[in-house]
Write a protein that binds this ligand. Structure first.
Ligand code: NAP
Length: 314
């Protein structure tokens, strides 16, 4: 049976942005409701060690951090629903959102914090070493590869930036690209080509990752040529997949303004979207920084802006 819930603030998504928005909205006495989505906790739940979230002297675990954020959101008065939103209507006032379990929310404001997902190569061996040598975030995990050899897969801005960032720690960084030309901006390419720690392997894709599977540790990458199908291998202890991200915005297609890559567009220095009363925070609108702390910051801004919107429109 469908249950109808009226709320000041509906938060869709439960990563760092969503939980932070919930904490701020609840502390402003707005009694927010948060719908978690299919992967409660978001991208941080698939990372292991986190060393760059401020406030912790010791290394913490991504899943633990998200559990703490959830606890905090609950404690200050957020209602959390382990459910996922299947439809939204931003033309009605209040907005309407329906969930898989049949909840119908009527909300005066909505905060979209559905995040993004790193694209993976989707080969079987990748799964075995995720978090044990394979990562999709150099900023998060690069530090763990001090004085080791690592590879970056991809040829866009992210891949080149990650490769350059990794030269701060790794002894050698090999960029593996499937074509003979990078997609990244020229200025980044120049920096990459000049860096003595960087080697580029052109026209190759990853065929397989290999290593110790008992105490998982990546040891080498088997490569396949895109020009003649020949095979080769390189020894590395880390591999960073940087082949792009996809924002989780399919629910909002044609309902809110997005850019050509389907990231939600927000006004400058704001989380306001093309629909007054709908705010977007975190990786769903940010293709550049993508950090837990920047997502949390945007979640805070979204809640403050929702509070201001409610004060001005009620
Ligand atoms: P991207 O520009 O879409 O580049 C993805 C790269 O991965 C491409 O080189 C692509 O190869 C390669 N690739 C895709 N699928 C692959 C597969 N299955 N196997 C091997 N390689 C694969 O993604 P991005 O670099 O993450 O950038 C996304 C957006 O964010 C872009 O608009 C970018 O400009 C922006 N961005 C900006 C900054 C900045 O301004 N500082 C930083 C990061 C990202 P092909 O080239 O052959 O297609």
């Amino acid at each position: 049976m469908s249950e109808k819930i009226k709320t000041n603030v509906l938060i869709i998504g439960s990563g760092a942005a969503g939980y932070t928005a919930a904490i701020y909205a609840a502390r402003a006495n707005l009694k927010p409701h948060l719908v978690t989505g299919l992967e409660p906790g978001g991208q941080l739940t698939i990372t292991t060690d986190v060393e760059n979230y401020p406030g912790f002297g010791d290394v913490i675990q991504g899943p633990w951090l998200m559990e703490q954020m959830r606890e905090q959101a609950l404690k200050v008065g957020t209602e959390i629903h382990n459910d996922f939103v299947t439809n939204v209507d931003f033309n009605s006032s209040p907005f309407i959102a329906t969930t898989d379990s049949g909840l119908i929310f009527r909300s005066k404001t909505t905060i979209i914090s559905t995040g993004a997902k790193a694209r993976w190569l989707e080969i079987e061996s990748e799964e075995k070493f995720k978090g044990y040598g394979i990562s999709a975030c150099a900023t998060c995990d690069g530090f763990f590869f001090k004085d080791q050899d690592v590879a970056v897969i991809g040829g866009g801005n992210s891949a080149v930036e990650e490769a350059l960032f990794l030269t701060n720690f790794a002894s050698k960084v090999t960029l593996i690209h499937r074509r003979d030309q990078l997609r990244a901006e020229k200025i980044l390419q120049d920096r990459l080509f000049k860096n003595p720690k960087v080697e580029i392997i052109w026209n190759k894709t990853v065929k397989n990752f290999q290593g110790n599977t008992d105490t998982p540790a990546l040891e080498k990458i088997l490569l396949k040529s895109t020009t003649d199908n020949s095979e080769s291998e390189i020894k590395v202890s880390g591999a960073f997949i940087a082949i792009g991200h996809d924002p989780a915005t399919s629910l909002f297609l044609n309902k809110i303004k997005m850019d050509k890559e389907n990231y939600i567009i927000t006004k400058p220095d704001s989380t306001s979207t093309s629909i007054p009363g709908v705010f977007a925070a975190g990786d769903v609108k940010d293709k550049i920084y993508r950090q837990a702390v920047t997502a949390a910051g945007m979640g805070c801004i979204a809640a403050l802006e929702a509070e201001k919107f409610l004060a001005e429109n009620s």
